[in-house]
Design a protein around this ligand. Structure first.
Ligand SMILES: Cc1cc2nc3c(=O)[nH]c(=O)nc-3n(C[C@H](O)[C@H](O)[C@H](O)COP(=O)(O)OP(=O)(O)OC[C@H]3O[C@@H](n4cnc5c(N)ncnc54)[C@H](O)[C@@H]3O)c2cc1C
Length: 296
């Protein structure tokens, strides 16, 4: 078991930013990831809303971010975290490579999309998107479809309604009587059965209140497959809301010494800039926590 002050789990934008702040505060820690540094950025064709950058490929942005971390002397350690348990006031972290005993942790593992609809996987980055703020502007003035429910799906539909000509908003659940913009067609008891590319559009096979109907749209935002990456926290009893970790304004969670940053945290806007900001706040807060622990 390796003993170290702290671990950052996840080297996406949130974890990379946290690493810079922790390092500058003089903390000893490891930055762990089960994949390449940059997280989801590595799969994004273009990021066009990153202040300080003209439109840049996600990969290039990931490389830039990682270089600024390396410049502080921090290097990525490979490892997939499989479980985190409390051991007294320390955390025992089990990975597929090594086990660690640490005083503090920043969880920056983002969240993933599990394709659930036949045809969805094949159309990722070709009309299937999971982020209206990121990709919505590509479909300005066109018809799109949101498939999901709850406040996150409502926000995505609302955002798209302000830039797209029409938004089909399909949910499996019951009608909720909420007010919607005039260009949103709200359909309940609805299922998306299959997606297929057809002449530059997406043919969407749906089941609306038991009747099959085909729709044609330019893009589909399927949100039922969102899955947060926090199963490894199982036994800790950390407060979460629909898979996202509840944090305070220092990114502290309900478990002392455990911080969360980026997409995994419960918040309103999941973007690179907000992940970077969360990472900075969490890194700073964890450094202060470690100093308090040292003083006793
Ligand atoms: C299609 C798409 C397009 C987007 N476009 C934009 C855009 O144009 N502009 C913008 O600002 N944002 C965009 N975003 C959102 C942006 O990518 C995220 O908000 C950002 O990447 C979140 O950073 P993060 O560090 O929280 O998580 P992630 O980037 O998801 O990084 C999490 C990291 O944690 C690692 N990890 C997960 N579980 C474990 C584990 N158990 N052990 C070890 N490591 C683990 C993963 O390997 C990954 O590297 C887009 C998202 C998508 C899906």
């Amino acid at each position: 078991m390796v003993e170290i002050d702290a671990l950052i789990i996840g080297a996406g934008p949130a974890g990379l930013s946290a690493a810079i702040y922790l390092k500058r505060a003089g903390a000893s820690f490891l930055l762990l990831d089960k994949g390449a540094p940059g997280g989801k950025l590595n799969n994004i064709h273009e990021v066009a809303n990153m202040p300080g950058f003209l439109p840049v490929s996600g990969y290039d942005l990931a490389v830039s971010l990682y270089k600024s971390v390396e410049a502080t002397g921090v290097e990525l350690t490979y490892g997939e975290v499989l479980s985190v348990k409390k051991e007294g006031d320390l955390f025992a972290v089990h990975t597929d490579v090594e086990d660690y005993l640490v005083k503090g942790i920043i969880v920056a593992t983002g969240f993933v999309y599990q394709p659930l609809i036949p045809g969805e996987k094949e159309l990722q980055n070709h009309g299937v998107s999971y982020c209206a703020t990121c990709d919505g502007p590509l479909y300005r003035g066109q018809e799109v479809l949101v498939y999901g429910e709850g406040s996150r799906a409502e926000e995505e539909a609302s955002y798209l309604s302000s830039i797209c000509s029409k938004v089909y908003f399909l949910s499996k659940g019951e009608a909720d009587g909420k007010e919607i913009p005039p260009n949103v067609e709200r359909l309940f008891h609805a299922e998306v059965l299959a997606l297929k590319a057809e002449n530059g559009e997406i043919a969407v096979k749906t089941l609306l209140s038991g009747t099959e109907k085909d729709l044609k749209v330019k893009a589909v935002f399927p949100l039922y497959g969102e899955k947060s990456a926090l199963s490894f926290l199982g036994g800790l009893g950390v407060e979460e809301e629909r898979g996202f970790i509840v944090v305070d304004d220092t990114m502290a969670t309900s478990v002392e010494g455990l911080y969360a940053a980026g997409d995994i945290a419960k918040k309103g806007l999941r973007q690179v800039v907000t992940a970077l900001s969360d990472g900075a706040v969490a890194g700073n807060a964890l450094a202060a926590y470690l100093r308090r622990k040292k003083r006793g």
